[in-house]
Design a binder for this molecule. Structure first.
Ligand SMILES: [Mg+2]
Length: 275
């Protein structure tokens, strides 16, 4: 979703310059800051628009093709080492990753789902083509479920209860955020529940940004957390879209326009970029 770009770009700006703030974004090197999170999210969307969604093998094949295609079309963007190796090989087999790569790119599945079951089925297919390790897969299932439940207007309590029951009982420990926020890792097992905890603790879409100074994998954690926040806090995302659109290349704006063709407020902002 578009919040993947917002989180990805802001997280990388902050990693590059600790003095970055929402009122003081870098004006130079406009396209320098988006990375794998955003590109592969666009790939997830493209694959789903072209696949026969009822056919698991066809969906998986489209994911494999598009993840590799999008990588080669924009390859110098801080991808994970194992992902790069997989893209450059002829392999169409997964490599058992337990990192957060499949959780960071999963958000578009909600656009193709009219039930939580369908959402989780597509999330699973998008994950297991690379991240077939149980923790990698769980990360993608948990993030997509949070976004879907927010889309269904579920409360934070309901989302919290679903996620702690099904995926991350460790979030029942109310100190989880405090105890894990400084951990130096990209493992889905830590970063995904952290992103969910940041969303659950936030008071607004903007508030999510405040936590990100402290975490290690800034772009990905912020992207995942803001994707849930975008759906939960609804129109609060609009000023941030206006603010970050200049940092998104036109080729991805074209994909985002299709993604949001049924959401007029966001679509109108995206249309403005092309004028
Ligand atoms: Mg990244």
């Amino acid at each position: 979703m578009i919040s993947t770009f917002i989180g990805d770009i802001y997280g990388n700006m902050l990693g590059f310059n600790r003095n970055t703030s929402l009122t003081n974004l870098s004006k130079s090197n406009m396209y320098s800051f988006y990375s794998d999170d955003s590109i592969l999210t666009m790939a997830t969307y493209k694959a789903l628009t072209e696949a026969h969604l009822e056919d698991d093998e066809d969906v998986k094949n489209h994911f494999i093709d598009e993840y590799k295609n999008f990588y080669f079309a924009d390859s110098l963007r801080a991808y994970g080492g194992s992902f790069v190796k997989w893209c450059k090989s002829d392999s169409r087999e997964p490599y058992n990753s337990y990192a957060n790569g499949s959780a960071m790119r999963v958000s578009p599945v909600v656009f193709f789902s009219s039930s939580l079951v369908q959402c989780q089925r597509l999330a699973k297919l998008s994950s297991i083509v690379t991240h077939n390790h149980p923790e990698g897969l769980k990360g993608a299932l948990a993030i997509s479920s949070c976004i879907y439940l927010a889309k269904e207007n579920k409360s934070k309590e309901e989302i919290y209860s679903y996620i702690t029951d099904k995926y991350y009982p460790e979030l029942l420990d109310r100190e989880f955020l405090k105890e894990n926020i400084l951990k130096f890792t990209s493992a889905a097992k830590i970063t995904v529940p952290l992103a969910i905890a940041i969303f659950l603790n936030s008071k607004s879409y903007k508030d999510i940004f405040h936590y990100i100074k402290y975490v290690y994998d800034k772009d990905t954690i912020l992207a995942m957390s803001l994707d849930i926040g975008e759906v939960y806090y609804k129109d609060e995302v609009l000023p941030f879209i206006s603010q970050f659109i200049p940092y998104i290349p036109d080729k991805y704006i074209d994909i985002l326009k299709k993604m949001y063709e049924n959401q007029d407020r966001i679509k109108n902002l995206l249309e403005k970029k092309s004028i």
